[in-house]
Design a protein around this ligand. Structure first.
Ligand code: GTP
Length: 669
């Protein structure tokens, strides 16, 4: 039943306890029988060996579990900013999210960033304030930060009793119960009515929720105005409706590590986060170009989005799909509208943390892994051959850093190319190219760590040793003024000649466009695509240093052809050369990627961090203070930030944390 389904992601700042919490969820939902501690390198979700070593989560695996009469699909999302592409793709297929904060660290730069991403996708959230057991934990401070820093409306639905080492339980404000976890594993839970001394605080907190939500529901308003008790079912219902529209964020607390609080978090997931029926389906486009909103009916036309490919040693490619409409059945043929090919779905698997369950079909709303698809990549739509359609593709950030990889042993060159092609099929933020001048393989990705992990995968999974060049920034080029370009291409080689004449103009613009303003017949229509293809090829290598050229409008102004000697090739070449000439005359400039750098540091290091930022051509955006902590936000050229992890460590005696994510391109001074 789709109403009983939850597709959720668990998103968090690195180290807030996402893996630990996920582990506990899997434990309490009965699917895993041991508990892994991430710091022991023994966890169920982080299954790649180097994830265990690093203690961070880098791939999103979809895991299915059950709680009460509900099925929960958990999409694991990465915590490190170098994997924003992963976060984006997960957000696209989630219906709701649990955002974990650390009770001591609170809202950290990266939680802010993921929060904003979730805002973009309008994902309803519950917040879980973890690590209530650590010294310095402060539940209400984090609640205030969620409000002030993230601009959200947090509604605490349970509040902690005791704190730090004494944290053992919470008051569930909806039910007005005192809940205590009694044993080490957190499976023995005692619930009592709130005690007399707890009552006043609890009643005040509950009243605040009622008061705030009263204006959204007449029944609640009447009870509030008449000073009547509010039944828990009504309160739960109103919190749910407000959460679904993003008006409030229910907040819970716990200590996943000490096994306190996780069951109530699971209750909140099913009580407050949306089922697939509560959220709008993405728009789809039919082959005719018609846009429509698909029904969520299992009997409707099939529309499934491939959101992740994982190469599996035993079964080949596992394609994780989210079905939005219709039913995907094992043993049937589907149409991949991106490759325009029919493919056979041989098996469908539900992935649990430690086993796979084969199912005959997945229906609208659900997530599963498909075996058997050969030519498939992230973002492809699967549908019925007789009802072809395309779901909105997933947008991935452009790579901003590149590095040359060379085989340690020359004879392994082709195996490396094959392995990289496989990795790139799984990871759309990775690009693999060959430098035509040096013959070297160039990897482009989202950051140093991203590329480092790729080379580690080569080593571990494919047993291939590579040598790396120095990381380079992925520059771009642009133009700053209008210019004309012309090419009269005429070649006589024996028999038939080659003739084409193209005249065009370039000017700065937002994005890239080609417009055609030639007088009718100057260039026959059939050659125009060739001219455009030449233009598109020319912008791949700019006039300054051969970087791609962006932000320009090209207008084809005039041209000429020859009845016998013109050809597509001639027009393509003329288009390319005319554009090259125009670009060179249009005062080209180099653009460099600028990163938004957010640093959280104890106050005493602020001065040295700021002067370091300005020595790196950085621009301060804002500075805020929380107690004795500073949050410094700035824009810095990526080229200046290689090895920044080490630099900031020494500037702050290891006490500052930072995150960076690509912001925009800017002219290099
Ligand atoms: N004291 C305490 N420690 C915790 C708690 N939850 C997690 N930790 C510890 O905090 C560290 C980070 O936890 P993880 O679960 O790996 O955090 P994460 O957010 O998954 O981190 P990444 O996977 O690296 O993004 C580990 O050493 C955990 O054991 C908690 O409730 N209390």
């Amino acid at each position: 039943m789709t109403a009983n389904l939850r597709n959720i992601g668990i998103i968090a700042h690195i180290d807030a306890g996402k893996t630990t919490t996920t582990e506990r969820i899997l434990f309490y939902t009965g699917k895993t029988h041991r508990m892994g501690e991430t710091h022991d390198g023994d966890s169920v979700m982080d299954y790649l060996p180097y994830e265990r070593e690093r203690g961070i989560t880098i791939t999103s695996a979809a895991t299915t579990c059950r709680w009460r009469e509900y099925v929960i699909n958990i999409i694991d999302t990465p915590g490190h900013v170098d994997f924003t592409g992963e976060v984006e793709r997960s957000l696209r297929v989630l219906d709701g999210a649990v955002v974990i904060f650390c009770a001591k660290g609170g809202v950290e730069p990266q939680s802010e960033m993921v929060w904003r991403q979730a805002d973009n996708y309008r994902i309803p959230r519950v917040a879980y304030i973890n690590k209530m057991d650590v010294p310095g934990a402060d539940f209400f401070r984090v609640v205030t930060q969620i409000k002030e820093v993230l601009g959200a409306c947090p509604v605490p639905i349970n509040i902690p009793v005791g704190s730090e080492a004494g944290f053992r339980g919470v008051i569930d404000l909806v039910r007005m119960k005192y809940v205590v976890w009694q044993d080490e594993l957190g499976t023995s839970i005692m619930e009592t009515d709130v005690s007399d001394e707890q009552r006043e605080t609890a009643a005040t907190c509950r009243m605040q929720i009622v008061e705030y939500l009263a204006e959204t529901d007449d029944r609640l308003l009447d009870l509030f105005l008449d000073n009547q008790p509010v039944p828990e079912e009504l309160l739960r219902e109103v919190i749910r409706t407000n959460t679904l529209v993003g008006r409030v964020v229910p907040v819970l607390c716990g200590s996943s590590y000490r096994n306190v609080g996780v069951q109530l978090l699971l209750d909140a997931v099913v009580d407050y986060l949306p089922s697939p029926l509560d959220v709008a389906n993405p728009t789809t486009e039919r082959e005719t170009g018609e846009k429509e909103q698909l029904s969520k009916d299992a009997d409707g036309p099939l529309a499934a989005l491939v959101f992740k490919i994982v190469a599996d040693r035993h079964v080949g490619n596992l394609a994780y799909v989210r079905v939005y409409s219709g039913r995907l059945e094992a043993g049937t043929y589907v149409w991949n509208s991106a490759t325009r090919q029919k493919e056979r779905v041989s098996r469908i698997l539900k992935m649990h943390a430690n086993h796979r369950e084969e199912v005959p079909a997945v229906e609208a709303g659900d997530i599963a892994a498909v075996i058997g698809l050969k030519q498939v990549a992230t973002g492809h739509t699967l549908c019925r051959p007789e009802a072809p359609l395309v779901l909105e593709p997933i947008s991935f950030p452009e790579p901003v850093i590149q590095i040359a990889v060379n085989p340690a042993q020359a004879r392994e060159q082709s195996r490396i190319a094959e392995a990289l092609a496989r990795i790139a099929a799984e990871d759309p933020t990775l690009r693999v190219a060959t430098d035509h001048e040096t013959g070297e393989t160039i990897l482009s990705g989202m950051g140093e760590l991203h590329l480092e992990i790729i080379t580690e995968r080569l080593k571990r999974e494919f047993k291939l040793e590579v040598e790396l060049g120095r990381p380079q920034v992925a520059y771009k080029e642009t133009i700053t003024r209008m210019a004309l370009g012309e090419c009269k291409y005429a070649k006589q080689t024996g028999g038939r000649g080659q003739f084409a004449h193209v005249k065009l103009q370039v000017e700065p613009a937002e994005g890239f466009f080609v417009e055609n303003r030639i007088a009718q017949g100057a260039i026959p229509r059939e050659y125009l695509p060739a001219v455009e293809a030449g233009i598109r090829e020319a912008i791949k290598k700019g006039p300054l240093k051969g970087y791609p050229v962006v932000n320009l409008k090209v207008t084809i102004l005039d041209g000429a052809f020859h009845e016998v000697d013109s050809s597509e090739l001639a027009f393509k070449t003329a288009g390319k050369l005319a554009l090259k000439e125009a670009l060179a005359k249009a005062s080209p400039r180099l653009l460099e990627p600028i990163v938004k750098l957010e640093i959280t540091t104890p106050d005493e290091f602020t001065g040295s961090i700021l002067s370091n930022i300005s020595s790196k051509r950085g621009r301060l955006e804002s500075m805020e203070t929380y107690h004795r902590t500073r949050i410094i936000k700035s824009f810095v050229p990526l080229a200046e930030l290689f090895g920044y992890a080490t630099a900031i460590r020494s500037l702050s005696q290891g006490k500052a944390a930072f995150s960076m994510h690509f912001s925009h391109y800017e002219e290099r001074a």
